[in-house]
Design a protein around this ligand. Structure first.
Ligand code: AMP
Length: 280
C-alpha cells in the first residue's frame, strides 16, 4: 500500500495502534535493493506493522549534483516491495509534506561521533539526517526504527539524536547486506557499470584485510597496506580510518579490551561508496 500524505498514514496507522500492534519504521531514500529488503525483513522480526518511507532528503546532501543524480524510481520501488512483501506500508511524502515549515536543517550537538569520516567529508550531513528523521519519527510515531550498519556512523548518530530530542522510539541496527563478492548493497551501485561493480569489491577486500591483520600488526601498518591497495586500483580513496567503536574517533594505537572498526569512503568514477567493518 503506497501512502503519500501524513493524514492517510495517520488514519491507517491508527487502526493498527488501536489494536496495540508494534509499529516499525524503515527510513530509506528509495532506489531499493536487497540491502533494504534485508533491513525490512529484519524489522518484521520485531514489529507487526512496518512502514517503509521513501524520501530523498535534500538537507542531508552537501553536494547538489549528488542530490540531483541520486537514483529515483518510486513506482519501481513500490513494485519491488510488493513483490517481496505485501504487508509493507510505503510512505512516499513530498518535500512540502515533510518540511511543511520550510526546507531547512536544524543543528544538533552529536559530539565526537560526527567529527570524522562522513561528518568531516560531508559538511552538515548529519544535521540533515537528524532533521529529516526527527520529522519522520514525529509523523509516524513508530515504536522502533531500523537502520543499517552499512551507515554505521549514521546509526550511532540516530541513537544520539533520540537522546537529544527525547522522542520515544527504539533505534535498532541491522547487519550489512552484501552481494556474493562482499560489495555492500547500495542505491549508488545502480550507477556503476559491470566493470565498476567488480572493481568495487576492493572496498570489502581492504576491510577484510584490515580485520585479518588487526591482531598482529600496528594500525599504521594496516593503513599503509590499505592505502597501497587503493593506489594500485582505479578507486580513489577518500578516507580509510580505524576508530574506537565507542567514540568513532580515529586512532593509531590499540588498547586491550577496546572494540575497533574500520571505515572506508572511496570514489569509483563520480560514484561515492562507503563501507565499514568490526575489526576485533
Ligand atoms: P538509504 O536508502 O541508502 O538511505 O538507506 C536506508 C537504510 O537502509 C539505512 O538505514 C541504510 O543504512 C540501510 N541500508 C542501505 N544499504 C544497506 C545494506 N547493504 N545492508 C543493510 N542496510 C542497508
Amino acid at each position: 500500500m503506497v501512502i503519500k500524505s501524513k493524514e492517510s498514514l495517520h488514519k491507517t496507522l491508527e487502526i493498527h495502534k488501536n489494536k496495540e500492534k508494534t509499529i516499525g519504521l524503515v527510513p530509506t531514500m528509495g532506489a531499493l535493493h536487497d540491502g533494504h529488503l534485508a533491513l525490512i525483513d529484519f524489522a518484521y522480526k520485531f514489529c507487526d506493522v512496518v512502514v517503509v518511507s521513501i524520501f530523498v532528503n535534500p538537507t542531508q546532501f552537501n553536494n547538489s549534483s549528488d542530490l540531483e543524480k541520486y537514483p529515483r524510481h518510486v513506482e519501481k520501488d513500490a513494485a519491488f516491495l510488493k513483490k517481496h512483501n505485501f504487508k509493507t506500508l510505503v510512505f512516499t511524502p513530498n518535500v512540502e509534506e515533510v518540511y511543511a515549515d520550510g526546507l531547512k536543517s536544524e543543528s544538533y550537538n552529536f559530539g565526537s561521533i560526527v567529527d570524522h569520516m562522513e561528518g568531516e567529508f560531508r559538511a552538515g550531513h548529519f544535521d540533515g539526517v537528524g532533521s529529516v528523521l526527527k520529522r519522520l519519527f514525529a509523523i509516524v510515531s513508530p515504536d522502533k526504527a531500523f537502520f543499517g550498519e552499512k551507515d554505521y556512523q549514521q546509526l550511532i548518530a540516530v541513537k544520539t539524536l533520540v537522546n537529544i530530542t527525547g522522542q520515544k522510539v527504539e533505534i535498532i541496527g541491522c547487519p550489512t547486506n552484501r552481494n556474493e563478492f562482499g560489495l555492500a548493497q547500495s542505491s549508488r551501485n545502480f550507477r556503476l557499470s559491470d566493470t565498476q561493480l567488480k572493481e568495487g569489491e576492493l572496498i570489502f577486500e581492504a576491510l577484510s584485510q584490515a580485520k585479518s591483520m588487526f591482531d598482529d600488526y600496528s594500525i599504521l601498518d594496516i593503513e599503509r597496506e590499505v592505502n597501497k591497495k587503493f593506489q594500485q586500483s582505479t578507486l580513489k580513496l577518500e578516507y580509510f580510518s580505524i576508530v574506537k567503536t565507542k567514540d568513532l574517533i580515529p586512532t593509531t594505537t590499540k588498547e586491550p579490551k577496546e572494540a575497533y572498526r574500520g571505515f572506508i569512503a572511496a570514489f569509483l568514477g563520480d560514484v561515492r561508496l562507503i563501507d565499514n567493518m568490526a575489526l576485533n
